[in-house]
Design a protein around this ligand. Structure first.
Ligand SMILES: Nc1ncnc2c1ncn2[C@@H]1O[C@H](COP(=O)(O)OP(=O)(O)OP(=O)(O)O)[C@@H](O)[C@H]1O
Ligand SMILES: Nc1ncnc2c1ncn2[C@@H]1O[C@H](COP(=O)(O)OP(=O)(O)OP(=O)(O)O)[C@@H](O)[C@H]1O
Ligand SMILES: [Mg+2]
Ligand SMILES: [Mg+2]
Lengths: 254, 254
């Protein structure tokens, strides 16, 4: 039975896609059967892995109720399938508003696929609209990347507020699974201050691994590669390996 | 008669708020009467300038048609007023859907204020939903910050596609006013490649000034200060001054 996690934070550019992609590749490399779904109309998760669109656009699954199976594309990597998104998905934020069970469209669509996978990761757009709410309703855990920047702290209250609303009205099993500090730059005081601040309030769920700022992470997507494939010996690859280990340990302890 | 510009890009974390805030402070410092409106429910533009909420939440202006004047807060800086946002604004993305003239709520609300200002800047959230569409409908020009990263290039097509739709259906005067390259790191090949790529397709509107990556820009918001107030002698402050000059020259040539 798959464990489903939403990678979400309405603050933009904090490393949601980078974390979803590299955790997915790590887990598949460790022998798990993994499905990565790109719920962001920008489509960065699909293109970061060199996966273009499947046969059936994800929009048709969420808005018209088509089976999700038709949107699954192979990723050329053992054990990892990807459901890419297309820009048409942006319309779903508005068009789902009047639709029946609008918050459950993804969780309903996932039901038939869940037995085939061990881990499902949902990459979310930078907003708390219906696409992200669908992810939070389908997931058991929220993984939140936080950039080591002051402005990144501001939105945390809104995110945990939304989690509480989704948990009380739509999905009682949803919990904060883990916070990942990203773009950590050990040379700046700001990075350490932000980490200390987050550790003060969220020590229980904060992952130990800090993801360093690294140009390799921004280069890898242009080759359609994960950090492990692009530069396996880099500090960034080591950090995402260590995060991957922490992630799987928590999943399997759960 | 005010010139109205939307600072928008659905890609997250590219420097929209940082650019809107620093352009606003620069223009006010150069003697223009400036209004900065924060359309992002995260509220980063308001808090980056140390401005908390006005009397009347912006949500009430857009959804209930209250007068915008009630939301204007002073910013403690000569010539710069700010309309901060609150997290309640996030609900407007969904609640505006059935409302009459939903795309024109902001432009209707702005009509009574426009004569009091020379420049109005609209900071947008990282999405192409109704809040951003309201900004594009109220504006004459789009200012698009682009991070010097590969993934930042991917969304450009969607943004220009949305601009074309808004121009043909809602706001015929809307044009791409300027592209600002942000977080430029002269040490990396990637930064130069992204700038070259953007210059190839958008040479006409690309601002000459490149904004360098600088930790001062991420520290300044935690003090509620613009880069000029926080570290006026820094390369980042010089870059935003030079961008401010380019911006005002284009505005006054227009
Ligand atoms: N640790 C890192 N060091 C340096 N660059 C990084 C790191 N993590 C991500 N990046 C780069 O920073 C940018 C933002 O990351 P990413 O796209 O993963 O964030 P996101 O939260 O998914 O953004 P969005 O909110 O637009 O969906 C990308 O260009 C990415 O390649
Ligand atoms: N040139 C720069 N150098 C370094 N850091 C920067 C620079 N510009 C912005 N930042 C920092 O990067 C982060 C993202 O910038 P900002 O919040 O302005 O982007 P945004 O596009 O408004 O994000 P969102 O999509 O969430 O609205 C912030 O923490 C900001 O302080
Ligand atoms: Mg993303
Ligand atoms: Mg912003």
């Amino acid at each position: 039975m798959a464990r489903v996690f939403a990678v979400a934070n309405q603050k933009g550019g904090v490393g949601k896609t980078t974390t979803a992609v590299n955790l997915a590749v790590y887990a598949a490399g460790a022998g798990r059967r993994v499905l990565l779904i790109d719920l962001d109309p920008q489509g960065n998760a699909g293109s970061s892995l060199g996966v273009q669109s499947g046969e059936q656009p994800l929009y048709d699954v969420l808005v018209d109720g088509e089976p999700l199976q038709g949107s699954v594309a192979l990723s050329r990597r053992m054990g990892l399938d990807v459901v890419p998104s297309t820009s048409a998905l942006a319309a779903a934020e508005v068009e789902l508003v009047p639709v029946e069970r609008r918050e459950f469209r993804l969780s309903d669509a996932l039901e038939s696929l869940v037995p085939r996978y061990d881990v499902v990761l949902l990459d979310c757009p930078p907003s708390l609209g219906l696409l992200t709410v669908n992810a939070l309703t389908a997931a058991e855990g929220l993984i939140t990347p936080i950039q080591c920047e002051y402005l990144a702290l501001e939105g945390l209250g809104q995110l945990t507020g939304t989690l509480r609303i989704v948990r009380s009205r739509l999905n009682p099993r949803l919990d904060m699974f883990g916070i990942v500090m990203t773009m950590f730059d050990s040379r700046t005081r700001l990075s350490r201050q932000v980490v200390d601040e987050v550790r003060k309030h969220y020590a229980r769920t904060l992952f130990r691994t800090l993801i360093p700022r690294s140009v390799y992470l921004s280069e890898a997507p242009s080759y359609g590669q994960s950090i492990f494939e692009y530069h396996g010996a880099s500090k960034a690859a080591q950090a995402y390996s260590s995060l991957g280990e922490e992630f799987l340990t928590r999943v399997e302890a759960g």
